[in-house]
Design a protein around this ligand. Structure first.
Ligand SMILES: [Zn+2]
Length: 426
C-alpha cells in the first residue's frame, strides 16, 4: 500500500499521514505562518508550499480540498499549486470543464523527473529501492553483505546496487531527489553520523551523507533501522497517531512515532528499551555490563541461549522460531515467559507514553500466537485503565519491508518539507 492508496479515503485531511497534522501543529511553523518576527516572506511561502504538497501526498486530489484544509483563499491555493506544477513537483490531469464522462481535475505528485531512494541496511544484507514520490516502487533488490567490512566498502556496494536499480527503472541519477537510509545502530540523525554502534565495526563517527555528497545532488537522511521500521508501520496505520514499534529479534529495541514524527530524544537514544532493568534477574549479565536487562532476559538471543543450555539444537533466533512452530513445549514455554517479561516493560511504557498503537516486529514477531496473548495480558494487568483503554497491540503489517518503507517515507517527507522544497525549487 502506498500513499496513492490513501487518496479516496474519507477524512483524508486529518487522516493517516498525520505528518501533515503534526507539522501544522509545530509551534515554529505556526509562528512562521502567523508572520513571526524572524520569518521572512520566503520562509512563509516555503512553509505554505510544503503544507500543500504534503496534503497532496496524504491523498488530497482537488484544489477545493486544499482550500478547505488550509483555510487559504481559492486564489492563494491556485497561485501556489500552479507554482508547484510549474516546478515539476505536482501534476494535474483531467479537465476543468464539467460534463458527463469528463474526468475532473486531479492533483498528484509528479513522477517523471523525481524519484527517491530507500535503503535498509542490516548486519548481513542491504535492500535498496527506487520509488516514485507517490509511493510506487520502480525497482528493488536485496544483496548480502557484511556490515563489519566498514563504511567505505559497504557504501560502495550500496552505491553500485543503487546504480543498477536506477538503470533498471530507466532513471538517471539526476532524478534522485532524496535518499533515506536505515542502519543497524545509533545515529545522530541531524548529521547522519553513526554513533558508538554495538555492531558495525569501523563505523563509529562516520558521516554517511558525506559518502554520497559527490555522487548524488540529493539530501541523504540517515536513521536507526528501528526508527525507520516504526515510521513505515505508522504510515500504513490510518488510525495511529502515537505509535511504539517494538522489535524483538536477537536484541530488543523500540521506535517511537509521536504525532507523525519520529521521537529521537536529546541524543538519538530514545527507544533504547533493551537495557531497562527487570526486577528479579540480577543474576543475568547483559553485554552492556549491567545485569537484569530485558534484552539479556527476554530477547531472541536470550531464549536461544536458554534452550541451548537445555540441550536443544539452537544456534540462532531462527532455530527458536522453527522449534516453536514445530510445537516444541520447552521452546514455547520460554517464548511465553519472554513475552510476559516484555509485557511488563511495555506496561511501564504504556503508562509513560500513552500510545494508541504498539506494533511488534522482528524475527520473533512471527510467533504472534504465542507472543501476543501474554504481552497483552501483562500490559492490561499492569498499566492503568485510562492508558490501556484505547491501545491496540498488534504484530507488524509490513514484516521485513517495514524498514525500507520507513526509509522511503522519510525521504519523501524531507523532500516535501520547507527545507527540501527550498532545494528542489531553486
Ligand atoms: Zn544491558
Amino acid at each position: 500500500m502506498g500513499v496513492t492508496d490513501q487518496r479516496d479515503r474519507p477524512g483524508w485531511a486529518d487522516g493517516p499521514y498525520a505528518d501533515t497534522r503534526a507539522d501544522r501543529a509545530d509551534p515554529a511553523e505556526r509562528a512562521d505562518r502567523a508572520g513571526g518576527n524572524r520569518a521572512d516572506r520566503g520562509d512563509r511561502q516555503l512553509t505554505a508550499l510544503s503544507e500543500l504538497a504534503r496534503l497532496v501526498a496524504d491523498g488530497a486530489t482537488r484544489r477545493s480540498q486544499l482550500v478547505t484544509a488550509t483555510g487559504l483563499s481559492r486564489a492563494a491555493v491556485a497561485q501556489r499549486v500552479d507554482l508547484l506544477i510549474g516546478k515539476g513537483l505536482l501534476v494535474e490531469t483531467g479537465t476543468a470543464a464539467t460534463g458527463r464522462g469528463r474526468p475532473p481535475l486531479t492533483l498528484r505528485l509528479a513522477s517523471d523527473s523525481a524519484v527517491v531512494c530507500a535503503v535498509d541496511l542490516g548486519a548481513t544484507h542491504s535492500t535498496v529501492a527506487v520509488a516514485e514520490l507517490g509511493g510506487e516502487v520502480l525497482a528493488e533488490a536485496t544483496q548480502e553483505l557484511d556490515i563489519d567490512d566498514g563504511p567505505e566498502a559497504v557504501l560502495t556496494r550500496l552505491h553500485e546496487q543503487l546504480g543498477r536499480l536506477l538503470a533498471a527503472s530507466g532513471r538517471p541519477a539526476g532524478h534522485v531527489r532524496a535518499i533515506g537510509i536505515g542502519v543497524p545502530g545509533p545515529v545522530e540523525a541531524s548529521t547522519g553520523t553513526v554513533v558508538r554502534p554495538p555492531i558495525m565495526r569501523g563505523w563509529d563517527g562516520y558521516r554517511v551523507p558525506d559518502f554520497f555528497a559527490g555522487r548524488y545532488d540529493a539530501p541523504v537522511l540517515v536513521d536507526n533501522d528501528v526508527n525507520m521500521m516504526a515510521l513505515g508501520e505508522y504510515g500504513h496505520r490510518p488510525s495511529a497517531a502515537h505509535l511504539l514499534y517494538v522489535k524483538v529479534g536477537t536484541g530488543i529495541g523500540c521506535g517511537i512515532v509521536s504525532g507523525g514524527v519520529v521521537h529521537r530524544g536529546a541524543s538519538g537514544a530514545a527507544g533504547d528499551i533493551g537495557h531497562i532493568r527487570l526486577p528479579g534477574h540480577d543474576d543475568v549479565l547483559c553485554h552492556c555490563g549491567n545485569t537484569g536487562c530485558v534484552e539479556a532476559v527476554a530477547s531472541g538471543a536470550a531464549i536461544a541461549a536458554t534452550l541451548r543450555e537445555a540441550g536443544l539444537p539452537v544456534a540462532h533466533v531462527a532455530d527458536v522460531v522453527r522449534l516453536v512452530a514445530a510445537g516444541d513445549p520447552l521452546a514455547r514455554r520460554q517464548v511465553r515467559l519472554a513475552a510476559q517479561r516484555i509485557g511488563d516493560v511495555l506496561a511501564s511504557l504504556v503508562s509513560f507514553y500513552n500510545p494508541d498503537t504498539i506494533v511488534l516486529g522482528g524475527s520473533i514477531a512471527s510467533l504472534h500466537d504465542d507472543l501476543l496473548a501474554d504481552i497483552r495480558a501483562a500490559v492490561y494487568r499492569r498499566a492503568l485503565p485510562l492508558a490501556t483503554r484505547t491501545v491496540a497491540i498488534e504484530t507488524t503489517l509490513l514484516g521485513r519491508r517495514a524498514g525500507i518503507e520507513g526509509a522511503r517515507r522519510l525521504a519523501v517527507r524531507h523532500l516535501l518539507s520547507p527545507e527540501g522544497l527550498s532545494r528542489f525549487l531553486s
